[in-house]
Design a protein around this ligand. Structure first.
Ligand SMILES: Cc1cc2nc3c(=O)[nH]c(=O)nc-3n(C[C@H](O)[C@H](O)[C@H](O)COP(=O)(O)OP(=O)(O)OC[C@H]3O[C@@H](n4cnc5c(N)ncnc54)[C@H](O)[C@@H]3O)c2cc1C
Length: 262
């Protein structure tokens, strides 16, 4: 019997669209008959082959539909990156390969004992958090206040806007808020990194579950601050996309901790 969890499996691009400057949403169709048990937060390996060149990277599921046999990923096109500029060029019908079901769905990591759920992302870390909130809200699995905060550089980087707005319009207990590190003077929203602008907005941090996705520096600094203010360790979960070796200085952790409402 084939161990479908370890092999590279064929898939095809259904669509590959830009959702903001430098960020794309790719929808893929599994071309085999093995199971497709993906949920938002599961991780897979995506492999590209072009001529004699081959490359693979980990990506996190934003959304999947087992009946359609499709799965979706939001990815950042890294300028001068090895794989993502090539991935961005793929058109509908292009072949790719994928492998594995890794990590846990976010819904298995969020603590049922918390009174509220806060997702914090940098950039394309928004993908699985958007998918998670949509998954639990559409299925009636979540009635707690749900907030998603996302850090971007500029307004042009901000997405997927229409999907997030649509989710907020459908569910009164969901809100999403971007924060910009390089806003124009007329930007009416939050300013600064998520570690600067978000803590003061969290009403009861010790009773809240935090799921953090994206840049490792944001994750270690925020987690160090949450530990300082007494948020239980099992009310915090994360997923690193890059910057795995980042460390939080005492000063940074103290400054972020000090921004939470007393
Ligand atoms: C568990 C896991 C899940 C991941 N899920 C996603 C995902 O869903 N979407 C996604 O866009 N990426 C995700 N990544 C990152 C992805 O695996 C690749 O590292 C990224 O796509 C780099 O592609 P590249 O070959 O073009 O760049 P490379 O040439 O390999 O790297 C260039 C540099 O880009 C930086 N970088 C990597 N990812 C990002 C990013 N997302 N934003 C900004 N800078 C980055 C790194 O510092 C790296 O040194 C994930 C990584 C891990 C470990």
């Amino acid at each position: 019997m084939t161990d479908w969890q370890t092999i590279y499996r064929p898939c095809r691009v259904i669509e590959n669209r830009e959702i903001a400057r430098g960020s794309r949403w790719i929808k893929l169709h599994a071309e085999d008959q093995h199971p497709l048990p993906y949920e938002p937060g599961h991780v897979l390996s995506l492999r590209m082959t072009q001529g004699g060149w081959q490359m693979r990277h980990a990506y996190t599921i934003t959304w999947a539909n087992a009946d359609e046999r499709t799965f979706n990923i939001i990815y950042r096109v890294i300028p001068h990156g090895r794989m993502t500029p090539r991935l961005a060029m793929l058109e509908a019908g292009a072949p790719l390969e994928f492998s594995g079901v890794h990590h846990n769905p976010i819904r298995h990591e969020v603590n049922a004992g918390a009174q509220a759920v806060v997702g914090i992302a940098t950039g394309t870390g928004v993908g699985p958090l958007y998918g998670y909130f949509r998954y639990v809200l559409e299925r009636g699995l979540e009635s707690r206040p749900c907030s998603l905060f996302i850090g971007f550089r500029q307004e042009a980087d901000l997405g997927p806007r229409s999907e997030l707005d649509a989710l907020a319009a459908r569910f009164a207990n969901f809100r999403w808020t971007p924060t910009l590190t390089q806003p124009t003077p007329s930007w009416p929203g939050l300013r600064g990194r998520v570690t600067e602008s978000v803590p003061g907005l969290i009403e009861k941090p010790r009773e809240t579950h935090f799921h953090l996705v994206g840049n490792g520096l944001m994750i270690v600094e925020m987690e160090a601050a949450l530990a300082r203010i007494g948020v239980p360790g099992d009310f915090v979960s994360d997923e690193y996309y890059f910057n795995w070796n980042a460390e939080a200085t005492q000063e940074a952790a103290a400054a972020i901790a000090g921004r939470f409402v007393a």
